[in-house]
Design a protein around this ligand. Sequence first.
Ligand code: MG
Length: 217
Amino acid sequence: MATAELKHFVRYGKKIAGAGLNYRSLLTERKLPLPKEPVIFLKPTSSYITEGQNIEIPDGFVVHEEVELGVIIGQRCKNIPESQSLQYVGGYCLALDLTEVRLMKEIRENGLPWTFGKGFDTACPVSRFLHCEEIQNPNNVRIWCKVNGELRQNETTSDMVFPIASLISHISQYMSLEPGDLILTGSPAGVGPIGPSDVMEAGIGEDISMTFPVVAV
Ligand code: MG
């Protein structure tokens, strides 16, 4: 896929693969052990929204925000070793992996699929496509999230348990990664509830940010 099409990963990408429990700060906050292997779930592409659209929270939903660095796959790959996996990165984005948490406790305790916790409409707000050159070191860049101007999450990607190269390699052992696919790389500590009339602002470092209003539906 040419870069011109990769820029429209929201339209052309076929899947969103998310890494859960992938920041040391989050695991410490929740008193959870380090996972031995990446914890990967799928999120439907119908959950994408881009700036200018609203995060929609249906009545009764309890939604938590998770700011994450998104990795956009540039070339088809399968079974790739960690040492080669970064060459398949086509670009990046900033993402909010919104999670409906009423179900998540039961889901985790009973080993059930994460589908309904992660897949509701508008559960994946993303920034514009970011060229690889815009992220100088994806393994050590600061991501942050504010709710109504108050800083909630603020951590560097060096805190990941399984870094980007490891996640790509691991996922590619099980399924082909295709151009425009998005990998959500996990969220640091500070995750909390959001609700109607909140304004979400998230960023990478000083120069890249995005804003999404939250509405009830
Ligand atoms: Mg997440």
